[in-house]
Design a protein. Structure first.
Length: 168
C-alpha cells in the first residue's frame, strides 16, 4: 500500500502510474490531479480527482464512462478486464453466472448501450448480481443527462474504494 506522503512527493509520472487506475483507463484524471498536490489525505485526493471529472468537457465525461467494460460482458468472459474490475465484478458474483444470467445481462447491457451509446456503470462492490441487473433494467429508462450524471456518481464511488484499497 502506498502512502499519501509518497503520492505527494513522487514525480508526476510516478503519481499517474501509482493512482491512475482509480478511474478506469483514464489516466488523464490523475495527470490533472497531480498538479494539485499536496493532498492532506485520501479524501482530499479523491475530491481532487472527482473535481477534475466534474470540470471536464461533456465529451471527456462520456469517454470516461465509455472506458468501463460491460458488467458480465464479453471482455469479462474473455479475461481482459483490469485487475480492479475483475475483482469488483467477481465480488458481486458476476464471474459465476449461469448461461441464462449471461444471456439476460447481454440483452440488457445491449439495450442500455444502444440507448445511451456507452456501457452501464455501477459500483459493483456495493451491489449483488441481482441488484445490478435490477438497476440496469431500471436505469435504461432514464434520459441521457440523468444517466450520465448517475454513471459519473457511480464512477466516483468506484474510484473512492480503489483509492481506499491502495493508499494509506
Amino acid at each position: 500500500m502506498m502512502t499519501i506522503d509518497y503520492l505527494n512527493a513522487c514525480a508526476p509520472n510516478a503519481f499517474v502510474d501509482a493512482i491512475g487506475f482509480a478511474f478506469e483507463d483514464s489516466p488523464w484524471i490523475a495527470v490533472a490531479a497531480a498538479a494539485q498536490r499536496p493532498f492532506a489525505d485520501r479524501d482530499a485526493l479523491h475530491a481532487a480527482m472527482v473535481a477534475v471529472v466534474a470540470n471536464a468537457s461533456d465529451e471527456a465525461k462520456v469517454a470516461l464512462i465509455a472506458a468501463h467494460p460491460d458488467l458480465a460482458g464479453r471482455v469479462a468472459r474473455e479475461g481482459r478486464l483490469t485487475a480492479a474490475s475483475t475483482a469488483e465484478q467477481a465480488g458481486a458474483g458476476l464471474s459465476a453466472l449461469t448461461r441464462e444470467e449471461v444471456a439476460r445481462f447481454d440483452a440488457v447491457n445491449g439495450a442500455y448501450r444502444t440507448r445511451f451509446g456507452f456501457p452501464f456503470v455501477i459500483c459493483a462492490r456495493e451491489n449483488t448480481k441481482a441488484s445490478i441487473l435490477d438497476a440496469l433494467t431500471h436505469r435504461t429508462g432514464n434520459d441521457r443527462a440523468t444517466e450520465i450524471a448517475t454513471a459519473l456518481t457511480e464512477i466516483a464511488k468506484i474510484a473512492r474504494l480503489r483509492i481506499e484499497d491502495a493508499v494509506s
